[in-house]
Design a protein around this ligand. Structure first.
Ligand code: ZN
Length: 114
């Protein structure tokens, strides 16, 4: 008897992607660059992680290798919610960076704006 081919095992043609992730990354970069804070990769990703953990994910199926999925339509309310979450997370990371504060002083490129 032939094994039913669900296609699941061959897979790898489509991937799951949280479509908010891309938006959070873009917005976070904007917001952090306006704040007086360390904008290194570590702090940036820390802020993104904090926000994405609080935001209800919105998964979409995307063809593997395709460029960034079309950004989802967002209501003004959702956009505002995201901005508030990012600002709050950025302040947390600014006040309590998870890397050594000394690193920021010693590494001249560390504070480079993105
Ligand atoms: Zn940093």
């Amino acid at each position: 008897m032939a094994k039913p081919d669900s296609g699941l095992e061959r897979g790898a043609r489509y991937i799951l992607r949280n479509s908010y992730e891309e938006m959070v990354r873009i917005r976070t970069k904007e917001i952090m660059s306006r704040m007086d804070m360390c904008c290194c990769e570590k702090c940036y990703l820390d802020v993104c992680a904090l926000v994405l953990n609080q935001l209800q994910p919105r998964y979409v199926t995307t063809e593997k290798g395709s460029l960034i999925a079309k950004l989802p339509e967002m209501s003004k309310r959702k956009e505002l919610e995201m901005t508030v979450l990012i600002s709050r997370a950025a302040k947390m990371v600014r006040d309590h960076p998870s890397h050594d504060a000394k690193m920021a002083r010693d590494n001249p490129n560390h504070d480079a704006k993105m």
